[in-house]
Ligand binder design. Structure first.
Ligand code: ADP
Length: 291
């Protein structure tokens, strides 16, 4: 049976990560090139689990852009929605690992190719075939990729796709879980069309809110070494489980089962360094669920 296509829209870039923490990239004895960008991670999270995904976005027509497109293809992500910009370079992020474990980023984005995707470059046929259309926030910030983003969203929605949005709001924005709850409920009240809201809470698992019910699902107890990509892994896992039967969202017991699976995938992703290399296969996820 052919699985439904998940189209993930947005940026893909390379993180340059120092091998030593507490120093800048320039002071580190070495560095790693880590492919990333949340929408690209989500697409690979889906294919690693055996689902179908396409990435829609723009890369530079340079060594980094072709390297990233190659990584998507190697991972079985459909590449018919990828454009290469002749002039601008691929987005890059230079990372500092602070001694307290947090990351600081310096971006090459002035402008990078991902920001230059135009509406007329979109592969509309591909977008129309999506069962789920997933996107983040960065592509909404500047033109012309903002217009491309809005058009892609519109086309996907008209074709009947479920829209999935990761605003990437971070905990520091909220002073407490109660404040978060209040904020979420106020977004909720204004947004008639939202069917399901998920909040991931790292080692505390996740919460879910629908019109009819809400609750939380505990995380798995794992030895976390690098949480990069955990949220993207969670999203990819969730989407891969609901793409072919979206009624799952409406039934709490079935939804909780899918969220347990997504928590398992998020947890596994924290047990290895990097985002993409740490994304689990279905087999990895099932063996954690069995324990
Ligand atoms: P993000 O990567 O966007 O910050 P989170 O850190 O909330 O997202 O992680 C997403 C999911 O991954 C969580 O809901 C949880 O299921 C899992 N996860 C993340 N960190 C841990 C951890 N330290 N231990 C167990 N599971 C984790």
């Amino acid at each position: 049976l052919d699985k439904g296509l998940i189209v993930s829209f947005g940026e893909m870039l390379i993180d340059f990560v120092p091998t030593q923490s507490g120093v800048s990239l320039a002071e580190s004895p070495g560095f790693l090139k880590a492919p990333g960008g949340a929408p690209a991670n989500v697409a690979i999270a889906v294919t690693r689990l055996g689902g179908r995904a396409a990435f829609v976005g723009k890369l530079g027509d340079d060594e980094f852009g072709h390297m990233l497109a190659g990584i998507l293809r190697e991972n079985g992500v459909e590449d018919k929605g990828i454009n290469f910009d002749k002039g601008a370079r691929t987005a890059l992020a230079f990372v500092t690992l602070r001694a307290d474990g947090d990351r600081e980023f310096m971006f090459y984005r002035n402008p990078s190719a991902d920001m230059l995707l135009r509406p007329d470059e979109l592969n509309l046929e591909l977008i129309r075939s999506a069962k789920v259309f997933h996107y983040g926030s960065i592509s909404l910030i500047t033109e012309p990729c903002r217009s491309a983003h809005l058009k892609a969203m519109e086309v996907a929605k008209e074709a009947g796709a479920l829209l999935s949005y990761d605003p990437n709001l971070r905990e520091p924005l909220w002073s407490s879980p109660e404040e978060a709850r209040t904020q979420i409920m106020s977004i909720w009240d204004k947004a008639e069309i939202i069917k399901l809201l998920l909040v991931t809470l790292g080692e505390k698992g996740c919460r879910y809110y629908t019109k009819g019910f809400h609750g939380s699902v505990e995380a798995f107890d794992v030895n976390a070494v690098d949480t990069t990509g955990a949220g993207d892994s969670f999203i990819g896992a969730f989407l891969s489980q609901i793409v072919d039967d979206q009624t799952v969202i409406e039934e709490e017991e079935r939804l909780r089962k899918v969220l347990r699976f997504a928590n398992a995938c998020g947890a596994i992703t924290t047990t290895k360094k990097g985002a993409i290399p740490a994304l689990p296969s279905e087999c990895d996820a099932l063996s954690l669920l069995k324990d």
